[in-house]
Design a protein around this ligand. Structure first.
Ligand code: PEP
Ligand code: MN
Length: 371
């Protein structure tokens, strides 16, 4: 059960304390309080955990400070929208706002290789006004003989360069719980020159112990990538491990499904699921066209399939685009064949913005359902 307090209820409000005390008066019930940054307002929500089936809603509804009481369905308790009864969750990180309404593009290196390449990348982002990027320091590779990433040793100069070129948030995959601490201490040593969104998955999408660890810290937001060969429901349940630990600063990413039916694309592009995940959850949604398409193949018009797939995600309302670029793809140590080139960056950004405008225009013509 979730008790949504009225928007002006502050965390230290006596009414909130009375609601919590009443809830905890029921046998076996414990509470968690979350501050939710919605699209237009912030609200405080009290989550009742335990045998809530016997807890009545009426005593809570009588509080003048309570806006509504929502009985949650079993599915996706923490990230779920529960039939649209709850508004989407947004969050602010490093001055960047993430929600189901915003759109941020994260162009960057699949894997950090040289200082020079990272610098060329970040400098280009600054030139085109992009404050978010991706940079892989820990790479989960299919073969143990492939490049595994520069790991913690590159973090100091990656963060220093991010600070120098105004990159505020870097999406960075981690594969082991010790990476959280390595990233946290390197960020601190850099004087918080930038911020990191911890990517988990696709390969670790069901590494439940790792998901618990990133869920139990709230300093760094999490980019949860859908598992490549499990159902959407299984991925959402796995993502629930992050939220149930207490971290609600989550973006859910679609990155294509592993099946030969997607050939010749590396994965079967699944961006038709953007509105589905928006409906089922309260989370902002990311699409990763690079790992979905996996090549620089282009159609007869000359447009790269990666541009088309990006457009499919954005026109469906995606809130974040994770995309591989590289200054010298033939020298890249990971995923060079799918990297976009630096001189394609302005065109890519322009294309995203054309499609986003079209999405916004389409939305204006649709009446929102009452809710
Ligand atoms: C990545 O983002 O670098 C990556 C390895 O993606 P995925 O796990 O989706 O293949
Ligand atoms: Mn990659």
């Amino acid at each position: 059960m979730i008790i949504v307090m009225k928007a002006d209820t502050q965390p230290d409000s006596p009414a909130l304390a009375r609601v919590i005390a009443m809830a905890e008066g029921y046998p076996g019930i414990t509470t968690q309080v979350h501050r939710i940054e919605g699209a237009t307002r912030s609200v405080t929500e009290v989550y009742l955990l335990g045998p809530t089936g016997v807890v009545p809603t009426e005593p809570f509804e009588e509080f003048a400070e309570v806006e509504r009481v929502v009985r949650v369905t079993e599915k996706f308790r923490s990230i779920g929208s529960h039939g649209g009864g709850l508004e989407a969750v947004g969050f602010e990180y490093q001055g960047v706002h993430f929600s189901q309404e915003t759109l941020h593009v994260f162009p960057g290196l699949c894997a950090v290789d040289t200082r020079e390449h990272v610098e060329v990348m970040f400098r280009a982002l600054q030139e085109y006004g992009v404050e978010t990027s991706r940079a892989g320091a820990y790479k989960p590779r299919t073969s143990p003989y492939d490049f595994q990433g520069l790991e913690a040793e590159c973090l100091p100069w990656v963060f220093e360069l991010a600070g120098k070129y105004g990159v505020k948030v870097i999406a960075m995959e981690i594969t082991h719980e010790k990476h959280v601490e390595e990233i946290r201490s390197a960020l601190e040593a850099s004087g918080h020159a930038t911020g990191v969104m911890l990517q988990i998955g696709t390969r670790n999408a069901q590494n439940f112990e790792l998901l618990k660890v990133v869920g139990q810290q709230t300093e760094l937001p999490v980019l949860f990538k859908r598992g490549m060969g499990i159902t959407l429901e299984e991925s959402l349940n796995a993502c629930e491990y992050v939220a149930s630990g207490g971290n609600r600063r989550i973006v859910f990413a679609l990155r294509g499904m592993k099946t030969q039916l997607g050939d010749p694309h590396r994965n079967f592009v699944d961006f038709a699921h953007v509105p589905v995940v928006k409906r089922l959850t309260r989370l902002p949604i990311c699409v990763d066209p690079s790992h979905s398409v996996g090549s620089r193949a282009r159609g007869p018009s000359g447009m790269l399939d990666i541009f088309h797939a990006t457009a499919q995600g954005v026109i469906a309302g995606a809130n974040m685009v994770l995309v591989d670029f590289h200054p010298a793809p033939d020298k890249a140590l990971c995923d060079g064949p799918q990297a976009l080139l630096m001189d394609e960056l302005p065109l890519f950004l322009e294309d995203v913005s054309i499609v986003r405008q079209a999405y916004e225009e389409r939305l204006k013509r649709i009446a929102r359902p009452e809710g």
